[in-house]
Design a protein around this ligand. Sequence first.
Ligand SMILES: [Zn+2]
Length: 277
Amino acid sequence: MKKDQLLTRRRALIAGVGVLGGAGAAGLLTRGTGGEAGPSAAPAPGPPARRPLKPSAYRLQPLAGYGPPVDSAGTPVRREPLLRMTGIGRTMVLTFDDGPDPRYTPDILSTLRQYDVRAMFFVCGEMAAEHPDLLAEMADDGHVVGNHTWSHPLLTGLTRGRIRAEMERTSEIVEKAYGERPLWFRAPYGAWNRAAFQLGAELGMEPLAWTVDTLDWTEPGTRTIVDRVEGGAGPGVVVLAHDAGGDRSQSVWALRDYLPHLLDAGYHITVPRRYQV
Ligand SMILES: [Zn+2]
């Protein structure tokens, strides 16, 4: 790809994620029903794989009913987080939580850049405040930065006021360092409650969970992390990994291994967009 095309694409990506949908549709994402949905789906169409990966055990979950109520800012107040992407083809999303951490995040950014791939970083405000240069780098490379609270507390144990402060401060520091307010929120430990959904919507953010958990924070070994990503790969899958919060060398090495495999298998690694409906 020519450099000017790359730049255009990068701008388009940044513009795409910067547009807040009027009705707050999640666009490419769908909410899950919290369980596995029967037998494996047939493999999705796509380029022939040199090394085929196991198709996902999940089926796409259609949105049901008339959708959630929409708050005054136009973002829906959901009752459960979004778990995966909808759409056609072999599209996957890679997400990295808890950073940025100068020991690991630059390596991850470098690998993503090497393969011209965009990912999502759910940052903690206190980390972002210390390393704004890394958020600027994420913006330059077209990555999406989400809000993962300021200090990574268990939200279900906090008052509404504390939750609001955790989320607001983080959105502010992200806006300052990354250039735009985050449009996505992820609760620490995946522990959501009503206040988190409501306050997230007030701040213009959609709640995004994940489909495949690498459990990389348990430091299970690089091979195990790679196997979990490749074994869980499938159309619409959102992968959870971490670039901070402990020794994340295995997460860094694993990405260098599974990313080229996913691309060879025909997966399009992308970031979700929100658009007007
Ligand atoms: Zn986290």
